[in-house]
Design a protein around this ligand. Structure first.
Ligand code: AMP
Length: 487
């Protein structure tokens, strides 16, 4: 199947060729023709599956082929023209609300910027189409300037969008397409009321495309409520299993052991760029500082940083001037930098879903990647929860010279296997990802993780933590909403 066969406009195909896309991914193959037809979509697919293009390419095609212009020149004017006309009439200047044709809602600022960048790439030969991001943390005057260009496509995080809707800066009466990207995460972050409000402000005739890691439970119910006779697309779990990403657990005795091991692993010549995930913002800063002193080009990324600083850090990561990004979960989604070869979980994530998103920062677009979790012996249940969620065993590895004092976990007994595991699942994953990739496959004697004797649930390194802090809604859209203290 080719992009031409999906019926996309020639200008879009040209941009895809420039981007090095030769054939559609599975989600694109299924979603694009249906979306061009105008069908609503409910899609369960992971980040990394090519989902952004799955909704953006048909949307661009429709905008280009329908010769849509935001304001019909015969009857109306662009906001700038209206302002000029008002000035020459001597009227008081007033802001003319933007009337986008398409709205993409995303849970985080990073993902919104990623979607806007991808849109710019796909619309490189469709010059009339403008896409802008409306984000929490961005200065209002800058956003007003972006909105005054009356972009066809708005990519927004829910909180800031509502602010603009309520102050009359955006008018959805001409909206044709609504996309909810990573809808499950938006609900996790407590955006349900905002989403309902935004959906209610759009015309019922709109086309709705919802993308989510899962279509179960609350997100499935919402999806059914806001779509009409949707085509349901379920992309099999290969992306969620991250079969191109080799996973490993290394046991550490204490913080000093963990830090020494991280330094050692980062010096591996196969590390091109890496993301190190920490549980707290303070740790992200501290570890980035420490790594810089140790000679790594490291930078921190977390929710306490101003948007400008976050953007600068991400740009530096994309350009390769930052080699090690030390981040909290705010960075777990949306970052799409192909040169990230390694993800390190300095701290394990609280939620197994976040583990899947974190490790998905490597192995982008079918490349190989390596995800290493540095785990305290007391975190046994935590790793098991992740294994149960991903239905994959994570092999335990030991590096010569960095052996933990306590022996690694005993071999997993059959009785302990989580549902759905097949013997050899983990080995298959390791071999598949590491084969020939220089990532060091499992060595003889390496074992999969299971609960170490006497292990208890809990997090590592008591003295370092500031109370764990995982409570309440998670949001990094606006400071007011953020109750999730440690991001
Ligand atoms: P996404 O799932 O939208 O985050 O996309 C993951 C990565 O796959 C991004 O780096 C995209 O640029 C890339 N990508 C998306 N579609 C294709 C395709 N058809 N061929 C090659 N790369 C793609």
């Amino acid at each position: 199947m080719s992009f031409e066969a999906l019926g996309l406009h020639v200008n879009i195909i040209r941009a895809l060729t420039d981007s090095g896309y030769t054939k559609p991914t599975s989600v694109q193959e299924q979603a694009i023709p249906a979306a061009i037809e105008g069908r609503d979509l409910m899609v369960s697919s992971q980040t990394g599956s090519g989902k952004t293009a799955a909704f953006m390419l048909p949307a661009l095609h429709k905008l280009v082929t329908a010769e849509v212009v935001s304001y019909d020149a015969a009857t109306s004017k662009t906001p700038n023209q209206e302002r000029q006309a008002a000035r020459s009439r001597g009227d008081k200047p007033r802001f003319v609300a933007a009337k986008p044709k398409m709205l993409v809602l995303t849970p985080t600022r990073e993902l919104a910027l990623q979607v806007t960048t991808a849109t710019d790439k796909y619309s490189a030969y469709s010059r009339r189409i403008k896409a802008v991001s409306i984000l929490g943390g961005m200065p209002y005057p800058k956003q007003m300037q972006l909105l005054s260009r009356n972009p066809e496509i708005l990519v927004a995080t829910p909180g800031r969008l509502i602010d603009h809707m309520e102050s009359g800066k955006i008018d959805f009466s001409e909206l044709q397409m609504l996309v909810l990207d990573e809808a499950d995460r938006m609900l996790d972050m407590g955006f349900i009321d905002d989403i309902e409000k935004i959906v209610a402000a759009t015309p019922p005739t709109r086309q709705t495309m919802l993308f989510s890691a899962t279509l179960d439970g609350v997100v499935g119910n919402m999806a059914k409520r806001i779509t009409t006779e949707p085509l349901v697309i379920q992309i099999a779990g290969s992306a969620s299993k991250h079969e191109n990403i080799q996973q490993r657990v290394h046991f550490v005795d204490d913080l000093s052991h963990k830090n020494r091991m991280l330094d050692h692993l980062l010096r591996d010549t196969t590390v091109d760029q890496a993301v190190v995930f920490t549980a707290t913002k303070r740790d992200a800063d501290t570890i980035a500082d420490r790594l810089n002193i140790a000679g790594f080009a490291a930078a921190a990324l977390h929710g306490d940083m101003h948007q400008g600083a976050r953007n600068r850090t991400l740009d530096a990561l994309r350009r390769g001037t930052v080699r090690v990004l030390v981040a909290t979960d705010v960075a777990a989604r949306g970052i799409d930098v192909p040169a990230i070869t390694h993800v390190f979980n300095y701290d394990l994530p609280k939620f197994p879903e976040d583990y899947v998103h974190r490790i998905g920062r490597t192995g982008r677009a079918g490349r190989k990647g390596l995800a290493i979790s540095l785990v305290n012996h007391a975190e046994g249940m935590h790793v098991k929860r992740i294994e149960r969620f991903t239905k994959q065993l994570i092999p335990v590895d030991v590096i010569e010279g960095f052996e933990p004092k306590k022996s690694a976990a005993p071999a997993r007994s059959a009785a302990r296997k989580p549902n759905g595991w097949k013997p050899g699942d983990a080995r298959k994953t390791g071999a598949g990802a590491g084969g020939g990739g220089g990532y060091g496959n499992n060595k003889p004697g390496q074992r999969s993780f299971s609960k170490p004797a006497g292990a208890s649930t809990g997090t590592s390194a008591g003295p370092r933590k500031e109370g764990g802090g995982y409570k309440g809604n998670r949001s990094n859209d606006s400071g007011a909403r953020r109750t999730f203290g440690d991001y």
